[in-house]
Every structure is written in C-alpha cells, then in structure tokens.
Design a protein around this ligand. Structure first.
Ligand code: ZN
Length: 124
C-alpha cells in the first residue's frame, strides 16, 4: 500500500463517509466518490461527530419529560376518578344498586321469555 505518494505527505487520510483509505492527492474517494475536504465533507464529519450525542441528549430529555407528564396525568386522572366515584357512589350508589338489581331481574325474566319463545318456535 505505501509507496509512490508517501513523499508527498504523511497525512494518509481515510474517506469520512466509507472510511476507505485515501491518498492525499485524491480529491474524491475511489470507493464511494465522496469529495475529500469539501465543505460537504467537513459538514458531514462535523455532523457525524455531534449528531449522535445531540440526538441522544434530546431523546433522553424528551423521554424524561414525557414520563413525568405521563405520571402526572395518570395521578391526576386516578385522583379525579376516585373523587368522582366517591361522590357518585355516595349519591347514586343505592338507587343504582336498586336499578341494577331490578334490571337484572327483569332481564333474566325477559331472557327466559325469549328462550321459551325460541324453543316454542323450534317445536312448531
Ligand atoms: Zn468513500
């Protein structure tokens, strides 16, 4: 690998995109065509260095915020639900219980009637 061009400079670089070795005299990567030392290449190198950290930090921050909001919301909802249930149960508990028992009683009767009707219809 080392040879002809080594006297031009010891700065044997690698392509910032595909990491293929590049001669200092190469303007473009022989592997992927990435331009060496162009503005794009500099930006890409820079972004590749800072982006993972930035994205990680951002995601972590978002995740934390979201979790806090989630917990707060859940607490708020359960608190409200318990309050509502208490009030609801206090004022409507007995009538509702009565209504449910009446409805279930009537319902069972109605269901039996329907069943009887169905049996009768089948026997006809
Ligand atoms: Zn390349």
């Amino acid at each position: 690998m080392s040879g002809q061009h080594s006297e031009l400079g010891s700065t044997q670089s690698a392509c910032i995109r595909c990491l293929a070795p590049m001669e200092p005299s190469d303007r473009y990567c022989r592997n992927c065509g990435m331009e060496a030392a162009s503005e794009e290449a500099k930006t890409e190198t820079y972004l590749a260095q800072i982006l993972p950290d930035r994205v990680d930090a951002l995601l972590e921050k978002r995740f934390k915020e979201q979790k806090i909001i989630e917990i707060e919301t859940t607490e708020l909802i359960s608190e409200k639900a318990i309050k509502c249930l208490k009030i609801f149960g206090f004022f409507l508990g007995i009538p509702v219980a009565l209504m449910i028992s009446i409805i279930s009683f009537v319902g069972v009767k109605t269901y039996r009637n329907i069943e009887d009707a169905a049996v009768r219809a089948r026997l006809r």
